[in-house]
Design a binder for this molecule. Sequence first.
Ligand code: IPM
Ligand code: MG
Length: 358
Amino acid sequence: MDFKLAVIPGDGIGPEIVAQALKVLERVGSVFGHNFSIKELLAGGCAIDAVGEPLPEETLRECKNSDAVLLGAVGGVKWDNLPGDKRPEKALLGLRGELGLYANLRPAVVYEELKDACLIKTMDTSDNIDIMVVRELTGGIYFGERGRKMTEDMGELAFDTEVYTTLEIERIARMAFDIARKRKSKVTSVDKANILESSRLWREVVEKVAKDYPDVELNHLYVDNAAMQLIRDPSQFDVIVTTNMFGDILSDEASMITGSIGMLPSASLAEGNFGLYEPIHGSAPDIAGQDKANPLATILSVAMMLRYSFNLSKEADAVEKAVEKALKEGYRTGDIMSPGKILVGTEKMGDIIAGLIE
Ligand code: IPM
Ligand code: MG
């Protein structure tokens, strides 16, 4: 089959990790008989440098014309002092909003081979930890009205607004329940319904959607408690569904339980099959260009792309198995290195994974 892929390497380590992911994708193409045509596009800091804006029109247009988008990472200290709407991060929000990527799937899995890497040393990792954070991505405080004004006697006032509609909550809840059905059939909805009106609507709508999924267990947690439970006993979670900002925070927390942010992929899905796939880590400018970055999160993002946007689950399995096999054979990049293992660079890791695709 033929697929059209928009590729945004971005900044920092973005280009080097994306190169490895494309190497693996090409190998998948030749083993399974698919053709992936690739269009490289600018977004983020490199786009600011090249054309003066983080998300050029052409990038957006080409993304809309593709079957999926693969993104490395955007941002870096160089652009940190620009005003809010000119920053590289604006490219991400623009892509999410304009492409309708309302559902952000962030799996946090502790790999058998990397159990030692778990950063919380007292945690019992003998239990199977496999959490899917389903984060709402085009609503809430990220997209609500914001601004500043001068008050008479209190100085300047700044505000951001948390807004949710029934429809927005309903579709993300359905996504979470559908995913839970293919896993351990448990959904934990996270909100702050003891305080926020938007959370009270969130809870009501999630309850209503749950009626269509009697086979899936639902519970609710306030976000402060959820943050605590994630550290206390992460094995209690299967699917976590939550708002844009709570999901931003909890998915970073969940990633640390796995011990290696360099391992975690993500999918941002629109209605239908379209999606944007990226590692959850950032652009790591401190190690850019040194062949040190871990490409596995980006390679695993390609697996998610094969599964969710291209409906190629056999191919997705092959990529995930190759990653597991490489870990089993002892190959490690610096971030997941431990005594007795084989230290490899970014490119070598890409070659190893591509070679293990069968
Ligand atoms: C993420 C990031 C982004 C977010 C930033 C870079 C805009 O933290 O994808 O989690 O806050 O959504
Ligand atoms: Mg984040």
